[in-house]
Write a protein that binds this ligand. Structure first.
Ligand code: ATP
Ligand code: MG
Length: 255
């Protein structure tokens, strides 16, 4: 077995006396599309908040590709190669779609002011490279036709694609998506799923929280099931569907 890309080790998080995440451990294999499911309030988003550095852990640790993420700030976690979307996408509303892609943080020669003096040619070349990459990513995400529109004028589904596009600009090792299918029409959802599968074939690893069981069961393996802050089950789609505790805690209501 190869090293897991992302390792969650006995993570705990309480709010007051309430244990939102109560000793979660699991491994996301490199190259997988892993799913994280469970009832409302199970602690899934809280776990994402911990993984991405937004919340501190009470105990336990998160390891990405052999590097400890625990204790790092969100931008440091992002810099280590982990990118997530939020349930509510947050691009800069008054900037265009293309501009929103161009400003995603990544090492840029232009940001070091002396480069402008010493190597203006290199800065220009890098900007052109960045623009070319942004245009490629926009085409991949079917956003070329709205490249010049302000982000605030996009539809809900296009916002989701923009979030994915912005993540792709950063070349992360793993992409965390929190309910990508929520509020997205069926056509766009298939589009989003196709993009995810295509990116996965290119080597991207995903960890996806999703309530849409068609999406989860058709693309995710392994699937982790959380309930009341704990890991209830882990396995593939067939295993999840036939596990009595999962049916009881979650799927009984949805399938
Ligand atoms: N910052 C916070 N302060 C207090 N309680 C919180 C905080 N964040 C989350 N919680 C609580 O932790 C529990 C788990 O919430 P979380 O958002 O992680 O659930 P979830 O599994 O993502 O649910 P859903 O499927 O509805 O999005 C909830 O009871 C929630 O109220
Ligand atoms: Mg949530």
């Amino acid at each position: 077995m190869t090293e897991p890309l992302l390792s969650i080790r006995d993570v705990h998080k309480g709010f007051g006396g309430f244990k939102a995440v109560d000793g979660i451990s699991f491994d996301v294999p490199r190259g997988s599309i892993a799913g994280l499911i469970g009832p409302n309030g199970a602690g899934k988003t809280t776990l994402f908040n911990i993984i991405s550095g937004l919340y501190s852990t009470d105990s336990g640790e998160v390891i990405l590709d052999g590097v400890r993420l625990t204790g790092k700030a969100p931008h440091q976690v992002f810099g280590s190669g982990l990118a997530r979307t939020f349930q509510i996408p947050r691009p800069f509303p008054a900037m265009t779609v293309l501009e929103n892609l161009m400003i995603v943080p990544r090492p840029q020669a232009g940001e070091k002011f002396w480069n402008n003096w010493i190597r203006p040619g290199a800065v220009k070349a890098q900007e052109e490279e960045l623009r070319a990459k942004a245009e490629q990513v926009l085409a991949f995400c079917n956003l070329t036709q709205v490249a010049g529109s302000e982000a605030q004028n996009l539809s809900g589904g296009q916002h989701k694609l923009l979030e994915l596009a912005r993540i792709l600009m950063a070349d992360p090792k793993i992409i965390l998506l929190d309910e990508p299918a929520a509020g997205v029409n069926p056509t766009l959802m298939r589009d989003l799923v196709d993009r995810i599968l295509e990116l996965n074939a290119q080597g991207y690893t995903f960890l996806i929280i999703e309530h849409n069981m068609d999406v989860v069961m058709s693309v995710c393996d392994p699937i982790f099931v959380m309930a009341q802050g704990r890991l209830l089950y882990q396995g593939n789609a067939a295993g999840v569907r036939s596990d009595a505790s999962v049916l009881d805690a979650y799927l009984g209501e949805t399938i």
